[in-house]
Design a protein around this ligand. Sequence first.
Ligand code: ZN
Length: 714
Amino acid sequence: MISRLFSSGLVAASLVLVLRSSPLTAQSASPATDVASAMLGFTTLGGAAERRLEDETAHRPSAGSARAHSGVLSAETHVAGTPAQARTRDYVLAQMRAMGLETEVRSYSVFLPHATSVRLWRIAPTEKELSLDEPAVAGDSSTTMAQYPAVNGYSGVGEASGEVVYVNYGLIEDYARLDSLGISVRGRIAVARYGRSFRGIKAREAERHGAVALLIYSDPQSDGYARGDVYPEGPMRNRDGVQRGSILNGAGDPATPGYPSTANAPRLSPEQMELPRIPTVPISYGNASELLADLRGGNLPLGWQGGLPFRYHVGPGPVKARVRVTDDRATQGTKQIHDTFGIVRGSELPDELVIMGAHRDAWGPGAGDNVSGTVSVLEAARAVAEAVRAGHRPKRTIVFATWDAEEWGLLGSTEYVEDDSLRLLRGAVAYLNQDSAAEGTRFGAGGSPSLRAVLRDVARRVPDPSGMGSVFAEWQRSSATVDTASPPMSDPGGGSDFAGFYNHLGIPIVDWGFGGESGVYHSQYDNFAWMSRFGDPTFAYHATAAGIGAAMLLRLANADIVPYDYVEFARTMQRYIPPIDRQLASRGRGGATLGLREAIGRMEREAASFARARDSALARTLSTTQRRAVNASLRDVERALTRPMGLRTRPWYRNLIYVADENNGDANMPFPSVNEAIRDDDDELAVRELTDLTQRFDTATRALTQARETLTTR
Ligand SMILES: [Zn+2]
């Protein structure tokens, strides 16, 4: 999977040229001195020393070293549960040991059925088997390596045949549209295009509407020739390119929902698991043409025409297809996955953890997704390890993680978080995620609003590989909103390994990377040759992503008081109220949000008082006991915005601030407990959920008050 930080990148791209000459560009070319003089969470002296350490450490990751790691880690298709993926584990462990890190492996046995064969035929009007392989291309020797079959992870198994129906994106509203046209997919094969929702939602909706199989194709309009030259001539998807990917909705091993897949854990049988049941197969637009070109019938709804060179029709038929999927679930559906950890013990607060992680598995060679993230973690680890050898051991413990089986539904990180939840709840300060960290030149970032200020500050100090100034300056220049001080950052809905930390436990997270034009997502062509020609030819963006990681880790690990920004957090929360207010007011419940608005206002005021108390306390000396107590209270703030029973719709999702929309899987939903009730037209519940959320904000505010009182009462 991939974080969705860069989905608006294309809009930004067209602005880059216009904004090159903007006067703003001069601003951060050399870091402003006022930034250097006050480093949040540090004493004046400590902050100055930390600046020097971060500046030095952020320069340690090297493009040459990143290129070497990338070559090794993308040398084979390394799907979770395969021997090739065990080799990436061993490589990462050997590298981290050579750096002098302590290492650990956590292995879990999870339900991970591998496809053994996948075949697709058009059976009418003429018969033809459609080849699903992604063929070798000239000048790219790695396209001859072994491939994982073109199938969606957790596809149903068996054979199905029927008339073809084109369902647009396969969204809930697309099926409603088909209903209004009197067209059903029942007993038929649905063909949907990728985009606008998580593919697991497409599979769920096709199955709910009675389709016997689902084929999901990559329309050239979204990442093919309509967007640029196709591979190998350009970076976009060619007519044979396939987007694999999981269709599991939810996170973690479906055999052990909510608890870790350790050796003796009870496990559901496949029949009891929440799994897709119909065969679901991703296909290229070459193959989609074979099915869609001769489709007839139905009045094509507005907006349903895609980028293939013929008029689209909905069907059903006269084209018919047959699809067959087999996997190994009957004999060896359960497989071992392995998370790796490299650890730098903290000198003063070893129980407090700052974690940086990336998934290590892929659907193919995965040079972008996610060798680039793994390389960022490795190079950040090397940078921090060298700082430690030079005498700068961090105060808190730093953990460098690589997760297995993310591509199947965040399995490795989820099982780990469930396994180690008590320690994480007590001591985790932040989780920094790297997914597709370097696939282009445009910086994007997201995360909890409490950590955004730290990331911006670090990005101001790290030079951008373009040579145009800092990463922050380039980020601001390429963002659509240059008139504001801060480029927009995305919210942590879901879709990558931060979900366990954020959605399940309420640990603040942040995520960043460099994106660009790419049509090789989850394809065999996401490989070293593609990366070397298009994604990051110099590997400088890999090194820069790692440099930001190293500086972020040191900042959060060394701060006397962890620099969460709860003023920015509260202000961000305030913005989610007006849409709720408008909807409730239109149903005669105006004013229902008043309590929440006031509670968030109290949080903002307390956060501002705390910040003043923090800054004046740091001008004096703080005892270790005081520091521990303040930081413990601060860690309680976002934890207070989770609830043990989770969302009504999904108990694993305990965080009440953001979640991926249940009806879309990709789109982010703020205040989900409230907004889901409103969407269900359950106004009474919406009001109860508002009250519940209000109380939790007040609990969060009390944690801030406690932090402040620890500083002011001596
Ligand atoms: Zn990924």
